[in-house]
Design a protein around this ligand. Structure first.
Ligand code: FES
Length: 78
């Protein structure tokens, strides 16, 4: 997933300010129980190519800080 790739490359996906700075992004390790892996996909064409988010992902995204039209959870984007 995007989250795993980010971790492998030492990139912190966290964009939320609702969590303390010492909480790593991907707090639930991809089990759809947090929104710390929230990413905003800047390339709309790329966003459209992705699979639709599941209801579970959308529910979790609703809790993400700064939600946008092209927000996803990094752990769910393959
Ligand atoms: Fe928790 Fe993605 S790491 S939902």
């Amino acid at each position: 997933s995007m989250l795993e790739a980010a971790h492998q490359n030492d990139i912190d996906l966290e964009v939320s300010v609702t969590f303390p700075a010492n909480v790593m992004s991907g707090a639930c390790e991809g089990s759809l129980a947090c929104s710390t892996c929230h990413v905003i996909i800047m390339d709309v064409d790329y966003y459209k190519k992705l699979e639709e988010p599941t209801d579970e992902e959308n529910d979790m995204l609703d809790l993400a800080f700064g939600l946008t039209e092209t927000s996803r959870l990094g752990c769910q984007v393959i």
